[in-house]
Design a protein around this ligand. Structure first.
Ligand code: OOG
Ligand code: MG
Length: 261
């Protein structure tokens, strides 16, 4: 076991995670061989995202993870995390994805925010509300690069918070009542999961407060024009070929995609 990550180890781990994602082949948990601090895990994440940028991908979204009890309990971790989504991960509403490129992808319903202000590290709930230009229904597709979709907190941070793909529906301008919107995840028209945006830290705007803090600490503060996925309100569901997935947010809208058969 090693206790701190030098630059070479950070580089090697980012390379291994990137290769697992590109080849669609799961790897052993980093924590089986190395003890990574949370700071070192974010250094690996940054190196991993930098590899994507070197290939021409653009950061377009920030995502929060583990903002609901349902997700923390499903994955056995108990702290919020932040990750980066790029343009290559974007799937259009009513679009489709093919599972071939992924390892064991799952989907989960989330609220997305579009920001109209730059944000400092510590903001109040009111400042967060003020910074929201529009909200949209969204689905995140996560795909852990680790065997059996199992990880420690440092493992999943290093793996860019399991980020794989995302779908965003139509933006609506008024962020009213956002703290109590009923959420449903439908698979082939049947309700698979249901919850409320209240399950996301009591109010998804709190996920923005947390994201502002984590983003500033990670050296890339949130800016006007950024998108944020606030974290799933329900557990994630494994994707199968041919599935039609819809996330529905009462009074906000729906978002859909298909898994190719
Ligand atoms: C990590 C990502 C968590 C969320 O919405 O809570 C996340 C995972 O569950 O693999 O995206
Ligand atoms: Mg998520």
């Amino acid at each position: 076991m090693h206790s701190s990550a030098d630059a070479q180890l950070v580089h090697t781990l980012a390379h291994q995670l990137d290769r697992a994602a590109c080849e669609g082949i799961a790897m052993a948990q980093i924590s089986a061989h190395h003890i990574l601090s949370i700071e070192d895990a974010y250094r690996v994440q940054q190196a991993l995202v930098a590899r994507r940028e070197d290939r021409g991908e653009r950061r377009i979204d920030v995502k929060m993870g583990f903002t609901s009890i349902a997700k923390m309990a499903q994955m056995g971790v108990h702290d919020q995390i932040i990750g980066t989504l790029t343009d290559a991960m974007f799937i259009a509403d009513h679009g489709s994805m093919c599972l071939d490129a992924y390892i064991h992808p799952r989907c989960e319903p989330e609220i997305a925010f579009l920001l109209k202000k730059d944000l400092k590290q510590n903001i109040t709930l009111e400042e967060a509300i003020d910074a929201i230009q529009a909200i949209a229904p969204a689905i995140e597709i996560i795909d852990s690069r680790y065997e059996e979709f199992r990880f420690s907190l440092a493992d999943v941070i290093a793996d860019n918070a399991s980020s794989a793909a995302f779908v965003i529906g139509e933006w609506v301008s008024s962020p009213c009542r956002i703290s109590q919107v009923d959420v449903e995840l439908l698979i082939d028209g049947e309700v698979s999961q249901s919850g409320s945006t209240e399950d996301v830290l009591g109010n998804p705007v709190q996920a923005l407060v947390a994201a502002a803090r984590l983003a500033a600490i990670s050296g890339r503060p949130l800016k006007s024009g950024d998108l944020l996925l606030t974290g799933a309100a329900t557990v994630a569901i494994a994707l199968q070929p041919g599935m039609h997935i819809q996330a529905s947010f009462a009074g906000v809208g729906n978002v859909n995609f298909n898994v190719a058969s």
